[in-house]
Design a protein around this ligand. Structure first.
Ligand SMILES: [Zn+2]
Ligand SMILES: [Zn+2]
Length: 208
């Protein structure tokens, strides 16, 4: 009996130690996943915040109505601000998503799958929105160049990385390069006839 106890005691403490390590690893994994999901929530909330909704409305209205921008009013400045604000939001999304990817060596864990599903529609919509709006900004004032090179490049990288994450060929295609053609682009805006700009906006109470 004494012999049995002498053997069982170290085995028992060994099992307890292994169990403690397993519990520690599980707790660590869970807290890491919670931290990653928190980052995902933050990245997604930036795309649906009140200020993002306002910018999306400004750009979306022009995009879907295929309306030109009035060069004389305040509209062009507002569109330019919203255009860059959306590019910067996607830049932030790309940086945050890269951190999440590197942390798990490029695997798509639960957090990344959740993020990619949440942002897919937003990114896919802007594959057409950005070039269409840029063209309208350029057409409305050719003297005022839109310097967006670095941000557009980052958006392209985001699209490519997101396309790699999906198996669905339709999703991959929608995240591909933009073509100014409804059939290839998939965006109905190319079927809408062009509309003239709205009258210039004047400050409230200004003399007409
Ligand atoms: Zn398009
Ligand atoms: Zn479009």
């Amino acid at each position: 009996m004494g012999e049995l106890l002498r053997v069982a005691a170290p085995v028992g403490s060994c099992v307890a130690a292994v169990a403690a390590v397993v519990v520690t690893v599980l707790v660590w994994r869970r807290s890491r996943l919670n931290a990653r999901l928190e980052i995902v929530r933050g990245l997604h909330s930036e795309l649906i915040s009140a200020s993002a909704s306002k910018d999306r409305h400004i750009l979306g209205s022009l995009h879907w109505q295929n309306r030109e921008i009035n060069p004389d009013g305040a509209e062009r400045g507002e569109v330019m601000r919203a255009y860059f604000a959306m590019l910067w939001r996607f830049e932030q999304l790309h940086a945050g998503r890269n951190v999440l990817l590197k942390e798990v060596d490029g695997r798509r864990d639960v957090a990344l799958k959740m993020l990619d599903e949440q942002v897919y529609t937003h990114v896919a919509e802007y594959v057409c929105t950005f070039p269409v709006i840029k063209e309208k900004l350029t057409e409305s004032n050719r003297a005022d160049t839109v310097f967006d090179g670095a941000y557009v490049k980052t958006f392209r990288r985001l699209r490519a990385s997101l396309a790699d994450s999906f198996e669905d060929p339709e999703k991959k295609a929608r995240l591909g390069a933009h073509t100014n053609n409804t059939e290839k682009c998939g965006c109905k805006c190319h079927e809408v006839s062009a509309k003239p700009p709205l009258p210039p906006q004047r400050p409230y109470g200004a003399q007409v």
